[in-house]
Design a protein around this ligand. Structure first.
Ligand code: ADP
Length: 616
């Protein structure tokens, strides 16, 4: 940095003065510097004025006085600036120095008169019209006194210079007044902008809709210095946010007043009104009076680009306080910021719910995909099982028929082989029937002939058919069918198929003992139980046996082979009737299969029921 630059920087620093000084004292400081400059110019300048030795000495004495005065001002200004706050000390000091200098320089009629312009302009700039006009009046009066004393003529020149001094001071006063006003307006705007920033600072803190509503209300409390606020989201915004389009009440902190009902009513009244941003009424808020007497301001919060408001805001002011005179631009900015915050919160809510929907759809899709995969796997297993089950009787039929062809002499062996072939064909037929049944039931293609029927009749029929077969096997058959069974709505043939399947199973898996068919009503249901004293089912197999092709335990030794589809078909049929089928069993002690079917509200006596009871 060159010496010149260093000097310049020091000069600028000197001109600016201590940074902590307020504006008025900063001006006072600069006048100290201007005074030093004036003294610096006048010191050689006095020699050039050819005043004669006496007056020159007096002039330097005044300059010395001025230097001492200025040094004292500078020191005191730094240590106790409050003394200069009013400014009168320096105005009077400057005026006296100027008068002294003029007297030494040859009076008001001399070129030293120009010194007065600096004193009067500086007073006008610092303190406006009052003190500066007072100073000018003193100067003009002293000028007049001098004229009266005959030191110069009170002619046109006197009038001219006095008038000129007055005009200069008025002009300087006017300019400084304007500058002061502009600065005050700027300060006020800055204050309001700062207030707006602080009030709306928390608007972006959350995107959660209810929180944003309260943040908008809190911002209004602060900006308008309100007592209480009500805010009502517009219907379409509330719908997007998934809340009710009702006004929220927000008491402003510190006022200790509950929200006034009048504000909510105002919100409701203004809600939906078209927004007219060009009208002062809408920009500055509509002024209303609450039933309780206080003033309220109502705003429709809308973006300038959209005609419909997103919300209506009503601000109640504390009793006896007028509405704050906020700048229209500040209000516009407040409306814009709060509206954007509400719009963003609404969009966020929409986005969040769309994301939820998407996630739900995605997980539904994943479940459906999983189901499809397991259906596909089930189908593959089913086909594998069916073909396996078909192959066993078929190969047995084939081998025995081949053997039969070569055994043409021995009739008893031929009979035995024919018996086996017949048994295997029956098994094949059963299997094909079962496969057809289950496929149709699961595809929903089975025709159901649902009708009210007397379940006792149906059970007695089954008992009559199967009792001889059971007894043939050396087993005891017992029937315990209650007389008062209510009617049920069912497909007779399908229900009979279920009972038959359960009875045949009981017979198959009971080496010795009893098979029992029982039925009773209770709890709006008819419960049919098929029990046996057979081999029983292990706990871990009690659900598995209802799955397709599941045959468990070593149950099949010496018994006619089943298909493993019977119980799966039974459960599907019972489920179609709105009922349940389950098993209770003890391994080695026997099993009870229970079918629970919903009863029809009133028992319908049928002709068949009457016949059966007559028979018994
Ligand atoms: P299956 O044609 O093989 O009888 P089911 O579906 O009717 O087919 O029965 C499946 C399996 O459940 C049977 O193979 C057997 O292991 C078991 N099961 C069914 N009923 C009884 C019962 N009363 N006692 C013991 N086990 C049984």
């Amino acid at each position: 940095m060159s010496t010149y630059q260093r000097l310049l920087a020091a000069g600028i620093r000197l001109w600016q003065g201590p940074p902590a000084f307020p504006r008025s004292l900063q001006l006072e400081w600069r006048f100290v510097i201007v005074r030093w400059l004036g003294i610096g110019i006048m010191t050689p300048g006095l020699l050039l004025a050819h005043l004669g030795s006496g007056r020159t000495v007096a002039g330097y004495a005044v300059l010395l006085l001025a230097a001492v005065y200025n040094a004292v001002v500078q020191v005191v200004l730094l240590r106790r600036p409050a003394i200069f706050a009013s400014g009168y000390i320096t105005v009077i000091g400057d005026a006296l120095l100027n008068i002294a200098m003029i007297n030494i320089g040859g009076g008001f009629d001399s070129p030293f008169y120009y010194l007065l312009f600096t004193a009067t302009i500086s007073a006008a700039m610092r303190y406006g019209y009052g003190p500066s006009l007072a100073t000018v009046t003193i100067f003009v009066a002293l000028d007049g006194v001098e004229g009266r004393l005959g030191r110069h003529a009170l002619d046109g020149i006197y009038v001219f210079r006095s008038g000129f001094l007055f005009i200069t001071v008025v002009l300087a006063g006017y300019l400084s007044e304007q500058a002061r006003r502009a600065e005050a307006a700027l300060q006020e705007r800055l204050r309001q902008a700062d207030l707006l920033n602080r009030s709306t600072a928390l608007l972006g803190a959350s995107l959660e809709f209810e929180r944003v509503l309260h943040a908008v209300a809190a911002a209004a409390c602060r900006l308008f210095d309100g007592a209480s606020v009500a805010l009502r989201p517009a219907a379409n915004l509330a719908e997007r946010a998934g809340i009710e389009a009702a006004a929220i009440e927000h008491p402003c902190p510190g006022t200790g007043e509950a929200a006034r009902a009048g504000l909510v009513a105002l919100c409701d009244r203004y809600a939906g009104a078209a927004y007219r941003p060009r009208e002062a009424r809408d920009r500055l808020g509509a002024r209303e009076r609450l039933p309780s007497g206080e003033q309220a301001l109502v705003f429709n919060l809308a973006l300038p680009t959209r005609p419909t408001a997103l919300a209506t805001l009503a601000v109640g002011l504390p009793a006896g306080r007028p509405a704050p005179a906020l700048d229209p631009d500040i209000l516009d900015s407040f409306v814009e910021r709060t509206t954007l915050a509400l719009e963003n919160a609404g969009l966020y809510r929409t986005l969040a719910s769309r994301t939820d929907d998407l996630q739900r759809a995605y997980s539904d899709l994943a479940i459906a995909h999983q189901e499809l995969l397991s259906v596909d796997e089930m189908k593959t297993n089913f086909l594998a099982n069916v073909s396996h089950e078909l192959r066993t009787p078929l190969s047995s039929i084939r081998s025995f028929s081949e053997l039969l062809l070569s055994y043409d002499d021995d009739v008893s062996v031929q009979q035995e082989f024919l018996g086996i072939i017949n048994q295997e064909s029956e098994r094949l037929t059963r299997l094909v029937n079962d496969v057809l049944d289950i496929t149709k039931i699961e595809a929903g293609q089975l025709h159901w002939d649902m009708q009210a029927l007397d379940v006792a009749t149906l059970l007695h029929d089954s008992a009559r058919t199967y009792a001889p077969l059971i007894q043939e096997q050396g087993l005891t058959f017992r029937r315990e069918i209650a007389d008062d069974l209510p009617a049920i709505c069912a497909d007779r043939d399908r229900l009979q198929q279920v009972i038959a399947n359960l009875l045949v199973n009981a017979m198959k898996f009971t080496p010795a003992g009893t098979v029992r068919l029982a039925a009773r009503a209770g709890g709006g249901e008819v419960r049919i139980a098929v029990s046996d004293t057979g081999i029983g089912i292990a706990p871990q197999d009690r659900e598995r046996i209802f799955e397709k092709f599941q045959q468990v335990g070593e149950t099949l030794t010496g018994k006619p082979k089943g298909t493993g589809l019977g119980l799966a078909i039974c459960r599907d049929i019972v489920a179609h009737h709105g009922g349940r089928l389950w098993v209770e069993s003890r391994l080695g002690a026997g099993s009870t299969f229970i079918v629970a079917l919903p009863a029809l509200p009133v028992a319908i006596p049928t002709a068949e029921a009457a016949l059966i009871s007559a028979e018994r």
